[in-house]
Write a protein that binds this ligand. Structure first.
Ligand code: BG6
Length: 489
């Protein structure tokens, strides 16, 4: 349920996340009328600026505003709901100042007939912050900016949640001292993507898919993330995390869990997440033998990873990883799930590729395996590779596609940004697309041993194989996927 009398407080309002994702998403929601009536958005950061300065800064974050007068008018109105407070992250007194500012806004709320226990005051705190200040900010907010009485307090936080199982547990339990599970919305922005949300519908609203969704029909599954650019100045952050923590342990594992979980009892947040946790618990930690690590080197005029000034010299941090997961349950026993992610590759693409088994040998020649491809981005699509009769007098089979490419089939639909749908869900109090604490715990269990090996905690750190900037990945990749039964169709 959407609550009126809400203030959204963006902490870290002048940082990168706020600029690239939070403010554009807030504006998009505002413009489409999805924010609560009379909402106010309060920025908080260390930078000192006046209101006018903050307005123009926040507005400059809006992507491609264009010349459309309706958009220009919305931007004007958006400015009116923005306020700003500056202060540090570790000083309680600064948060008292923030609280006074919020109370001033709230003092103008008027009561409604049904508010017997007082006027509701709702605050949604959005952490667009580096992890080093998660705990002090959580503490300071709880101690100084938490409204008691009618209304709800919520926090939105986003990875990195630690670096391995122990550090993640420690961080989560520190945060839990101040904010309950119910008040906490942990973002994995892949859960807000249209095609990831579509997985539930595809799987559970179609007998055609749900019946063959198992080891008897499926040979192997690949979940692939490709980006055509390198770390480009973000090497400092990236190098201490690596591609597995950056993309596989969270985004790709989330996709895997939705793709493989059993049908939830209902679509409630707890029922869905119970099933996700259950399937994740059936996955043993990934092994060195089932993992291929790569690091990009300069090519085609583009610099290699080690030539990025923000990357430590001689780093063996992987910028590419392929790793195979196994699910030990009756549905999936023996089916390899290959997760692959890399930076500085030949294209931008995220997709799921479900490769079915061969048809029993017999009457047809030249037929290929069925493959269901769910392209998460760009150009959202679902297509099924099928064999069909070549049209005409001869009876010959040929490979073709049943194609549901969104911009053709739904040409007028606007596909929302992940952050738009997630902020909206948090405002509605719906946890379905947020990461529960036990989900995070089991995700770290799967990846921690391999990460410790990669970090050199159990001896010498492995050296990733080189691949050229702009290539399809390490040359070893083809043999790797073939080892797990993948056939190029
Ligand atoms: C982030 C990673 O979580 O996801 C980035 O830290 C990555 O390295 C990004 O580029 C990818 O998100 P999207 O939405 O562009 O696919």
């Amino acid at each position: 349920e959407m609550k009126d009398n809400t203030i959204i407080i963006v902490l870290g309002a002048s940082g990168d996340l706020a600029k690239k994702k939070t403010f554009p998403a807030l504006f998009a929601l505002f413009r489409q009328g999805f924010l609560p009536t009379d909402v106010k958005i309060c920025g908080y950061a260390r930078t000192k600026m006046d209101a006018a300065n903050f307005h123009s800064r926040a507005v400059s974050y809006i992507k491609n505003p264009g010349e459309d007068p309706a958009v220009t008018a919305s931007i004007q109105k958006f400015k009116d709901i923005l306020t700003y407070v500056d202060g540090s992250y570790d000083d309680g007194a600064a948060f008292v100042v923030l609280n006074t500012h919020l109370e001033e806004i709230e003092s103008k709320y008027t009561s409604k007939d049904n508010e017997a226990d007082g006027i509701e005051k709702n605050r949604l705190f959005y952490f667009a912050l580096p992890p080093s200040v998660f705990v002090p900010v959580a503490k300071n907010l709880k101690e100084n900016c938490y409204v008691k009485g009618a209304g709800v307090n919520r926090v939105i936080v986003e990875k990195p949640f630690g670096k391995d199982l122990d550090s993640a547990r420690q961080l989560l339990s520190s945060l839990k001292e101040y904010w309950t599970e119910d008040e906490t919305f942990r973002i994995d922005h892949y859960l807000g993507k249209e095609m990831v949300k579509n997985l539930l519908v595809l799987r559970f609203a179609n007998v055609a898919f749900s019946s063959g969704w198992d080891k008897n029909h499926i040979s192997n599954v690949q979940i692939t993330f490709k980006e055509p650019f390198g770390t480009e100045g973000r090497g400092g952050y990236f190098d201490s995390f690596g591609i597995i923590r950056d993309v596989l342990q969270n985004h790709l594992l989330q996709v895997l869990s939705i793709l493989t979980m059993e049908r939830p009892v209902s679509f409630s947040a707890e029922d869905i997440r119970d099933e996700k946790v259950k399937v994740l618990r059936s996955i043993p930690p990934i092994t060195q033998e089932d993992t291929l690590l790569g690091q990009y080197v300069g090519a085609n005029g583009k610099p290699g990873y080690l030539e990025d000034d923000t990357v430590p010299r001689g780093s063996v941090c992987p910028t590419f990883a392929a790793t195979t997961l196994w699910i030990h349950n009756p549905r999936w026993e023996g089916v390899p799930f290959i997760l692959k992610a890399g930076k500085a590759l030949n294209e931008a693409k995220v997709e799921v590729r479900v490769q079915f088994k061969d048809v029993t040998q017999g009457i047809f020649k030249d037929i290929t395996r069925n493959e269901l491809v769910i392209r998460i981005q760009p150009s959202e699509a679902v297509y099924l590779k099928v064999n069909t009769k070549t049209p005409g007098l001869q009876t010959r089979a040929m490979a073709t596609e049943m194609d549901l490419t969104y911009n053709r089939r739904f040409s007028n639909a606007k596909i929302p940004e992940a952050y738009e749908t997630l902020i909206l869900d948090a405002l509605l109090g719906d946890h379905s697309n947020f990461v529960r604490h036990d989900e995070l715990d089991v995700a770290w269990k799967i990846f921690t041993p391999i990460l410790h090996w990669i970090d050199g905690q159990s001896g010498t750190a492995p050296k990733p194989v080189p691949y050229a900037y702009g290539s399809r990945g390490p040359p070893e990749l083809n043999a790797f996927v073939e080892r797990f039964g993948f056939q190029r169709t």
